[in-house]
Design a protein around this ligand. Sequence first.
Ligand code: ATP
Length: 219
Amino acid sequence: MNNLRPALGIFGGTFDPVHYGHTQSVIVAAQQAGVQSVAMLPCHIPVHKNHTPSASQHRLAMLKLAIEQYPQLYIDEREIHSDTPSYTIHTLRALRKEYPKHPLCFFIGMDSLHSLLSWNEWQALFDYCHFVVCCRPGTKTPLSEELKALLAERQVTTNNALHNALHGKIFLADTPELDISSSEIRRHIINNLPTDDMLDPKVRRYIQTHKLYQPSTTF
Ligand code: ATP
């Protein structure tokens, strides 16, 4: 027995728009990781993107619609209401102060694992959280030597390890490969192509009502 509290999940993203690759992946991964509750954390100004995201209020509204039927998901609005770029390390420091005894599990897609070593203060992230990695198609490129070494040091194959330590582990979840991305959805909308298999119908209706991702929009 340890004296740790239940693990908390965090899933950061631009969610422009939120899609099934986000919600379905995180739900399955959370189940495999044994994490009961996951905070969806929309960023305000993403650090890793080269497009200007849609207004915060739209991304937030779509996220609310997409998760309302999933009691295990909720929204943490701290980054989206901040005026500074969203650095995960800053948010994790704040969360750790609020939750000193809860293991923190940060959920990412496989593409984000591949780019993790370019994140601000990436080594320090492991002093605050575990990473739970969802499968994502198109990221079958071989792991770099540095990433292989990181996995050799930190990967765990059972979820117990995520609950017996506050931070520091990597758990590769076996989630369905969903070939969906927000940028592809934005392209489909601009070209009048269907997005049925990619998006919650409520999110699709919201996009239509508010005329998001129209040709004048840069992405
Ligand atoms: P864009 O196409 O604009 O780059 P995106 O679809 O990658 O956006 P983000 O909001 O940037 O969506 O992603 C947030 C997190 O969700 C990242 O960790 C990313 O790896 C993960 N993610 C996004 N799409 C998928 C997917 N289809 N399967 C698994 N993980 C995903």
